[in-house]
Design a protein around this ligand. Structure first.
Ligand SMILES: Cc1cc2nc3c(=O)[nH]c(=O)nc-3n(C[C@H](O)[C@H](O)[C@H](O)COP(=O)(O)O)c2cc1C
Length: 327
């Protein structure tokens, strides 16, 4: 039977299937179900900057903590099910104490700042690593790409200074010079990159002209973006790579490992099919590796990464041309 072990953020994991941040990783009871089903690590659902900010406003610390400059008008009251920082940290602690698999804490916000001080409290309750997810829509034409990137890098440096556990950055694909930014993130102290954050683009209701929020879970075709970028970056950056978005089947996992991913993160597939899917995915990995003569997942890792292509930019361009102008 092929070995599925992998290394990620200082941990040896039993297999590459990690539960990414979602409602399934919010409560101890569902985290336990995921552990029993076979995931090798779990990212607890994020602690959001807005949750801290709301509390900060109530406690008179609005200027320090509010990402919207003291005006939390889009958050007149806490989001349903919001925790205060203390309660969130206690929950993470209970999860860390109750499961055997590594637990990664996630913090999710739009800017760096005082709220990120909470990462050291998360570290103190025994998390294996911190995943940082900083993203906003830069809708102001006065704000340049450089400014957006500098803010992100400052947040990474800030968390790096706060904690000593490994740090990963969950990143959006919407940056103009992604490879350069990724290298800068690693230079700023990121030990891992989680590619890519998935956005829930709102729709417009034609009857009311109001934004309609309807959650669409992902499909396999969406993994092509992380697949491409992990293959491009794997051999040029010294960091771990986690793939997220679109992973539904064992073939999806195998493709991403072949591109160079260290772990593959699952969310939509678990929400659609439940934790029992993990066992079927693991079985699929073992069967494929055995049938194709691989003794371990490590033997497959990065066999299709960029080092097998001397000029990735030209390769991408040629494929693009072939796709839109087939012979
Ligand atoms: C309902 C829901 C809640 C999520 N919550 C978080 C979160 O708290 N923090 C985060 O970084 N990502 C969050 N995500 C994103 C997932 O972790 C994952 O990156 C994304 O869904 C893409 O993976 P998938 O294609 O397997 O769904 C959430 C996704 C869903 C569907």
């Amino acid at each position: 039977m092929a070995l599925l072990e992998t290394r990620y953020l200082g941990q040896t994991l039993a297999n590459p299937l990690v539960a990414s941040a979602s409602p399934l990783t919010r409560e101890l009871v569902s985290v336990r179900e995921l552990e029993d089903a076979g995931v090798s690590a779990v990212v607890v659902q994020s602690f959001f900057q807005e949750e801290i900010s709301y509390l900060g406003v109530q406690r008179g610390r609005s200027k320090e903590l509010d990402p919207y400059g003291g005006e939390l008008s889009f958050f007149p009251e806490p989001l349903p099910g919001s925790f205060g920082p203390e309660e969130h940290i206690e929950r993470v602690q209970r999860i860390c104490e109750s499961v055997q698999i590594p637990v990664i804490a996630s913090v999710n916000g739009t800017t760096g700042g005082a709220w990120l001080e909470y990462t050291s409290a998360l570290e103190s309750v025994g998390v294996a690593a911190i995943e940082l997810n900083i993203h906003s829509v830069p809708a102001d034409p006065e704000v340049s790409a450089t400014q957006v990137e500098q803010e992100l890098l400052a947040a990474v440096r800030q968390v790096r200074a706060e904690v000593s556990v490994p740090l990963s950055v969950k990143l959006s694909p919407f940056y103009s010079a992604l490879a350069h930014l990724c290298r800068s993130l690693v230079d700023a102290g990121a030990d891992g990159l989680v590619l890519f954050n998935r956005f829930y683009q709102p729709d417009l209701d034609l009857r009311t002209f109001k934004v309609s929020l309807n959650l669409q879970l992902s499909d396999s075709w969406e993994l092509r973006l992380p697949l491409r970028w992990i293959a491009i970056l794997r051999d040029v950056l010294s960091c771990h790579f986690a793939a997220t978005t679109g992973i539904q089947s064992s073939s999806d996992v195998l493709k991403l490992i072949a591109a160079g991913a260290d772990v593959t993160m699952l969310c939509s597939v678990l929400m659609n099919e439940g934790p029992a899917k993990v066992g079927r995915l693991l079985q699929g990995l073992e069967t494929w590796l055995d049938q194709n003569g691989y003794e371990s997942l490590n033997d497959l890792r990065a066999v299709a990464s960029q080092r097998h292509c001397s000029n990735p930019a030209a390769f991408e361009r040629a494929n693009y041309m072939r796709m839109i102008r087939p012979a």
